[in-house]
Design a protein around this ligand. Structure first.
Ligand SMILES: [Zn+2]
Length: 243
């Protein structure tokens, strides 16, 4: 299809408006919010995991305390046997004493384990506290971000309405055949069917254009295609857009 310069200019204006509308419709304004929500989810899961570990460790301490109580009862019985006045052979005495020593060792080991678990519990509580503080910060950020998005969306919608109105006005000026041509081909060229020549280059594909071609653009009312990407070319000086 042959285009006149004024056709290309009309399509260039249409293309700019369509690009702006496209960008608004595809804007990524919720990106930050999504990141914040992911962080909140992950931290929530961490807190749950740590709280479960805490419960397990507290239960473990209770069990060990139960074991220590059992050991104490066994030792008390052995001590009773020693102090009952009953005559015991040396072998029996030694056996009871060695049993008491074993129980003392076991008790000491259990008490050491409790100390270790207590330290772990304190550290875990500290971690949970920090994670909860982080959660508070992130939840405030979430609220701020939601407000920001709401404002941004309102602003974008106002802009979009403005561009749609301009587009409606513009397409009244475009002959039907030309408009059909635009609509059929615009996606083929990555939403840019018209390319502006800047410093002798096609601004879309970057190709340096031959002098002859630039000369035709300068001295005729024709718009010609870029030899490389096929887009219609217009000169920067021919653009009279005021958005
Ligand atoms: Zn090109």
């Amino acid at each position: 299809m042959d285009l006149k310069k004024r056709d290309s200019l009309l399509l260039y204006k249409l293309q700019l408006l369509d690009l702006k509308i496209f960008q608004i419709e595809n804007s990524d304004i919720e990106k930050n919010l999504i990141e914040i929500l992911l962080e909140i989810k992950k931290t929530d899961e961490d807190v749950k995991k740590l709280s479960n570990e805490l419960k397990e460790k507290e239960l473990e301490i209770k069990n060990i305390e139960g074991e220590i109580a059992d050991l104490n009862r066994r030792r008390d019985k052995l001590k009773e046997a020693l102090s009952s006045g009953k005559k015991l052979s040396e072998k029996e005495l030694n056996s009871i004493q060695s049993e008491i020593d074993k129980i003392n060792n076991l008790t000491k080991k259990n008490e050491d384990v409790i100390i270790e678990i207590d330290e772990f519990i304190e550290k875990t509580k500290e971690k949970i506290k920090k994670q909860n503080e982080f959660l508070d910060i992130k939840k405030k950020e979430e609220l701020n971000e939601e407000l920001k998005i709401k404002e941004e969306k309102e602003k974008l919608n106002i802009d979009k309405d403005k561009y749609i109105k301009k587009r409606d006005e513009l397409i009244k000026k475009i002959p039907e055949e030309l408009l059909n041509f635009y609509q059929i081909n615009i996606n083929r060229f990555g939403r840019k069917i018209i390319s502006v020549v800047i410093e002798d280059r096609c601004s879309e594909c970057g190709m340096i254009l031959p002098y002859g071609l630039i000369s035709i653009l300068k001295n005729s009312d024709k718009s010609i295609n870029c030899e490389n990407c096929g887009r219609f070319l217009i000169l920067k000086k021919d653009i009279d857009i005021d958005f």
